[in-house]
Design a protein. Sequence first.
Lengths: 211, 211
Amino acid sequence: MQAQKKKTIRYHHGDLQNALIAATLDLITEQGNEAFTIREVARRAGVSHTAPYRHFTDKAALLAVVARQGFDMLVEHLLTRIANFPDDPLMRFKYSGIAYIEFAVDHPAHYRVMFGPDKSGSRENAAVRKSADTAFQILLDCIEACQAGGLIRPGNSMEMALSAWSMVHGFSMLLIDRFVRETPTPGQDLADMMSLVTDSLYFGLKTEKTD
Amino acid sequence: MQAQKKKTIRYHHGDLQNALIAATLDLITEQGNEAFTIREVARRAGVSHTAPYRHFTDKAALLAVVARQGFDMLVEHLLTRIANFPDDPLMRFKYSGIAYIEFAVDHPAHYRVMFGPDKSGSRENAAVRKSADTAFQILLDCIEACQAGGLIRPGNSMEMALSAWSMVHGFSMLLIDRFVRETPTPGQDLADMMSLVTDSLYFGLKTEKTD
DNA sequence: ACCTGAACACCGTTCAAGT
DNA sequence: ACCTGAACACCGTTCAAGT
């Protein structure tokens, strides 16, 4: 808990804290969420299996740091992607969804830790929730900007944001967990698929006059 | 593998196979997916920790049986729920989504095994995939019936089904994993929320003339 | 045919001890 | 201040042995 606040922690090989985080991501990327063990991560970082406990109170604390890092990366990716459309709220809404799926597909290890089964309480971790809320707020802002411009139906923006989140989260999980393997139509690529899926919702929320 | 084919397997206390499945569901319901261990399940069934290996080749095989059972239950629930609207394809489409979320919320332990991280290969298990495909086919049929009646936009029904599945799956996961805890508007209940979320998509796919 | 106990190679976590 | 080794209570899985 407290250890994470310190900027740099040195050990005889350098920065163990970050070495452990990097090893965690490598391990999850290579072998999935289940393969992550403190002992294997320590092995990869070249330290004894008890050394990680100097930096993280337990396994859950290490995962919580990875989850928060993931949400921060997601926020950054979303902001970068929607910055391309400063004058078009509807495009910002659409691309926030596409950017979300892009993030999940590009960083499946992070995504699995962020949304995977909550081993013990990163869902309760204040820092993690704060980063997650920031990401959700971006989506909400996009929707409300559209409503202000008459581009999306009036109505409860929270409900709409929840619908949008459900869709991109569900699609991301189906992709990552290999439930969806192929594009519905031959010749499509992943980018086409992301547009198709997000468009289904986008048509559902926008007003008729924007057709 | 072969053991599962036999209808009834007796041991000194009765039907160990089903006792193990029941204990698995109890355990996952009580303490989450991580708490499931062969040894604990055996303990609850009152047998030695090696006895389960007489009935399931390994941990993954037990989970695969639970997953297939879950998909079969899902299919049954979907069919029951849409049977209420024999003459209204649009209502069948809408209620297939609601019924899906109902199933996930009512059977979170099954749902987590069905869609949770694939410990090792229930995703590849032919019987599991077959049951899952049957469920997906129900959704596809609903959409195609709507299209035949001019109630949903023409277009690739696979893509639409994928969008719909993404949304209900995402919403289910967010609910089960406690990312979504409260209704967006005070006074709403879960049924309201399910309608709101599925309606967002439903409006996106239907034709204008059905308004 | 079905079940058990010992055994093996793993875990997470704690703690006294080393530098 | 940071790291280690031994120790404890767990896992999944195998296998020879019991009834």
